[in-house]
Design a protein around this ligand. Structure first.
Ligand code: SAT
Ligand code: MN
Length: 609
């Protein structure tokens, strides 16, 4: 029925129009809608989603212009085992990615896409990651048959008519093409469901041709293609080719009591508190923090030889459970302003949302994320552990004015953090860039609910990019080393590892309070940058003396702080080192010699300690 498909406008960009026509011919939607990004369009689509049962409009007195959605219980997180890097050569995808040859994957997925949009509207979303005023705007177009994706993309990226006009004005500009279908055609009068999706899922990336094909899932990073698929997987491949960096990092601005400003980027795996740290309310008097980004940083060298970072996103897609006034008041204020979508959290009787950890007291009654009655006596959580709020970044009360700076902010320090119950100290500094790259390349974390699969298993997660590196991980860590060679060591960010999640081996409790108190660690880092803080050499790196961590007002003894900072040589030598050796072995001949040398150095230091 393609020929009769009802269409809005279209584009004067011949290449784009041809691609849209080709996709329409394959997927046979009933209508084609070019997304303009307007308020009126948002109103129309959200109303449509309410009418179809996907959305519940929240009480406007609680959350204006906001909606609740519940996904299919089978479609709740990124599907790493269904995610592919389809480079021409298998070795260019490397051992950390699933791979299929582009032609093979395209053949499989073309069959899946055939007729997959029947009975639906096909939406064409022009978008730009980062600033439309950038020297080289990072354009994209996502075709999707999900209105939920359209309204979510309007929060997460700059989209619509203005972007399409900019693409048309630069017909030679590169545009990343993303094709997404939930894989639930409405053929033969089949009725729609609240959350259409398909048991067969593919999230495929074609780094050489800068394309993304996604099928079968409507959730988060599987479906909002500007985020992990473009801004990390495809962008990391672009960054390798062009000498910049696309990283899974928050960007934080820190202002000391004397008014000095430092910008810190931090890489943490999904659901390890990145959004909380990006929105930190420092527990130390006189310190202030502002958020530039909470998930993704694109870093390029400036004319002064320093690395400048921008946040390519327009919204926040934060983990809901655990977010409350006690842990992240700024996130609560952000979502309370409305204009947000909440997925897989619970609904209150007042037409608001609730999730575990939002308030200490639990509501007497809720409708849980699966649509069932829930009371505090229920033995399942009200919200899925990977439930999310999707909210405009600009609503964050502590967003930095520099968020709007197309050239970004100069990064002074990079943090690598994971979730480790043992071994890894609260904080340590790397000796130099190459050692810092080693620290990032050996980063590890216990798995979380952000991806399907077992939770709580320690896995190596280089630079917190394991699920997001769009090419060979060996080439990726080598790219980090190469970046270091492009600048003076003195101009490069200093690199730190942090671990907020270490536990007391005696009683299993967390050794560090986290949240606002993480400012105490940030303060030490700033003082290191300024050359005023003490550190002691250990085999793993430079660790603060317990007294160098400002404990004013902290309910911890110096002995407890020392426990959080301790480097247990035996544990590193007998447990951690073999795991790192095993991890490095998996790189094969792609392991950069410099990293093999760093490993040898660590080993020698541990053995002589
Ligand atoms: O679902 S997303 O991939 O967008 C979120 C995350 O896992 O960080
Ligand atoms: Mn993330």
């Amino acid at each position: 029925m393609t020929t009769q498909a009802e269409r809005t406008k279209g584009t004067s960009h011949a290449g784009l129009q041809a691609w849209v026509d080709e996709v329409a011919a394959l997927t046979t939607p009933d209508a084609i809608h070019w997304v303009d990004g307007s308020e009126a369009e948002w109103d129309r689509l959200t109303t449509l989603l309410v009418e179809g049962g996907t959305f519940t409009r929240l009480n406007p007195d609680k959350k204006p212009n906001s909606f609740h959605a519940a996904s299919d219980p089978s479609d709740v997180a990124r599907v790493e085992d269904r995610t592919y890097i389809c480079s021409e050569k298998e070795e260019d995808a490397g051992f950390t990615n699933n791979w299929k040859a582009p032609a093979e994957m395209k053949a499989i997925m073309t069959d899946l896409y055939r007729g997959s949009m029947a009975g639906r509207t096909m939406y064409v979303i022009p978008f730009v990651m980062g600033h439309i005023e950038a020297d080289v705007p990072m354009f994209g177009v996502e075709i999707t048959d999900s209105a939920y994706v359209v309204v979510s993309m309007r929060i997460m990226a700059r989209i619509g008519a203005e972007v399409l006009a900019a693409i048309e004005a630069k017909p030679d500009a590169s545009v990343v093409k993303g094709l997404h279908s939930v894989g639930y055609p409405l053929t033969d009068g089949k009725a729609d469901v609240k959350w259409p999706c398909n048991d067969t899922k593919y999230i495929a990336h074609f780094p050489e041709t800068r394309e993304i094909w996604s099928y079968g899932s409507g959730y988060g990073g599987n479906a909002l293609l500007g985020k992990k698929c473009y801004a990390l997987r495809i962008a990391s491949a672009m960054a390798r080719d062009e000498g910049w960096m696309a990283e899974h990092m928050l960007i934080l601005k820190l202002i000391s009591p004397k008014g000095s400003v430092h910008y810190v980027a931090g890489a943490f795996p999904s659901a390890c508190g990145k959004t909380n740290l990006a929105m930190i309310e420092p527990a130390l008097d006189g310190w202030e923090a502002e958020m530039v980004g909470d998930d993704i940083a694109w870093m390029r060298f400036g004319a002064d030889g320093r690395l400048y970072a921008i946040n390519p996103e327009f919204g926040l897609f934060g983990v809901a459970p655990g977010t409350g006034m006690h842990s992240n008041p700024n996130a609560m204020v952000t979502v309370d302003k409305g204009n947000s979508i909440f997925t897989n959290v619970a609904l209150t009787d007042e037409g608001d949302v609730w999730w575990e950890g939002m308030t200490k007291a639990k509501p007497h009654h809720l409708i849980d994320w699966k649509g069932n009655d829930w009371t505090p006596e229920s033995d399942t959580p009200s919200s899925h552990p990977n439930s999310r709020f999707c909210t405009p970044a600009k609503q964050c009360p502590m967003i930095a004015p520099e968020y709007d700076e197309p050239n970004g902010v100069p990064i002074d320090a990079i943090l690598f953090g994971g979730r480790r119950g043992t071994t890894v100290p609260l904080v340590y500094e790397s000796r130099d860039w190459a050692h810092g790259v080693f620290v990032g390349a050996t980063l590890s974390s216990e798995t979380t609910a952000a991806a399907t699969g077992a939770v709580g298993v320690v896995r190596r997660d280089p630079m917190a990019m394991l699920p997001f590196i769009g090419y060979n991980a060996g080439d990726y860590v080598n790219h980090w080393l190469e970046i270091g060679k492009q600048a003076d060591e003195s101009k490069l960010p200093k690199i730190y590892q942090v671990n907020w999640f270490r536990k007391d081996d005696e009683d299993g409790s967390f050794l560090w309070p986290g949240f606002g108190d993480n400012a105490r660690v940030l303060k030490w880092i700033v003082e290191r940058l300024e050359g005023t803080a003490e550190a002691v050499e250990t085999p793993v790196g430079l660790v603060p003396t317990p007294a160098a961590i400002d404990a004013t007002g902290l309910d911890m003894t110096e002995e407890q702080v020392a426990k959080a900072l301790a480097v247990n040589v035996g544990e590193w030598r007998d447990q951690e080192l073999p795991l790192i050796e095993e991890w490095f072995a998996s790189f094969g001949d792609k392991l950069p010699t410099q990293l093999a040398d760093e490993l040898a150095t660590l080993k020698a230091r541990l053995e002589s300690a």
